[in-house]
Write a protein that binds this ligand. Sequence first.
Ligand SMILES: [Fe+2]
Length: 437
Amino acid sequence: MNGSATLQTLLPRGEPGCHFVAYGDCCIGPPEPGRGHEKHLAAVHQVIHRLDPRPQFACFLGDLIWGLTRDHGPNHDGQSLRQEWVEKLANEMKPLADLDVPVFRIPGNHDTMTPVSETVWREVFHEIPQNGPEGQEGLTWFDRRDDLLIIGISVYAMNMGSPFTMMGGRVDHGWVDQVLTEHSDARFKLVLGHSPVHPVNGYNAPKWGMLPEFGEPFWEVLVRHNVTAYLCSHVIAFDVQVHDGVPQITTGGAGTNSGPGGCMPAPTEYHHCVQLAIDDLGLRGQVIDTEGTVREQFNWPPLRDGVMEWSFKSEPLDPRPSRVLLAGHSGKEAFPRIHVSLDGYQPRLNVALFDPADIYPNSWHGPEVDIRHPFELTVAIDPAMGPGGVLARVGNEPFSSLETDVPHGYKANGWPETWTTSTEMLVENTSVQDVLR
Ligand SMILES: [Fe+2]
């Protein structure tokens, strides 16, 4: 591809709407030479500058500098940290300033990790609104611009008892609830925080996300206020998943070399930025790598075209260790490409997907289903959404992505050719194409 050719920006499908770019995690200036952070970041910036039209704003989701050196961290040397910010903003981050659009930014664990680094952040980014919860002014904030409300959260704020990343992300969900209540008339609501709330690619240790005791009430607030999306970083990957109807979009691809092969993991993951458009129909995104190639595109809600969906309606069932609801085979392949089952005496949904290029299927784990009463379950597979594209809902609840630890979704080349379905219940294909015939 021509390295200077323009890249088509996804635009809102009508008014009102907006379009923007989101990226994070470049950790400029790591102590070890040769990690390539600056080179990757420069390539990401080149891609952003090729977008046509230019994004209306940019969200930088934390971990801009390396920060965590002995001098800056345990020794609390504010002066050298201040100097690091000044140099990196003037050099490696100059292309972002040259974009000449509003930048919404939040601190990551490499940016603020001590009271001194919080003070330095506040000095460097003094233009950030000082409207956060008490003790988090200039770190956590909100910004209302016409139809759009953006809330930025410092998930490692010292006043939340966050001594360092290992202890997991934290959030004052009561404050978020209050801001969302006061701005309930905002048509689009974005919430930014450095750490994922829901684990990405199996990185489920506390240091890779938000502690559940903070994350669960926080997510309940985002769902109740019908937030457009939660945007985060920290895991060196792109990921989209949906919980109770609210998308979590992770973009930790701005340059940091970390994890197997430099990403979490490469080669499935790659350095990138995400360009997003939101409108009354929903959210669309494209994930663009450092060569300017669109590697992934996704929609929420999903477009019907290309998505498989089934509904399972059942009367009460007797307990059994396992029952298969649906299996889709192709040829003489060793495993069904799609296998939907209820497993356990208090069963949970399991979806196993098989790509004949692999040796074994991978599994997705879903909600508990109460089979003692009549139930209705819907399962959907959207290959465009990757691992988050295996979704289910019980009754009329909103859809949620199932849990998995693999970095990909349904990736077999084509849908199964033949199907078997449970005879215990009514199974209907509710996708546009009726392939169950
Ligand atoms: Fe991070």
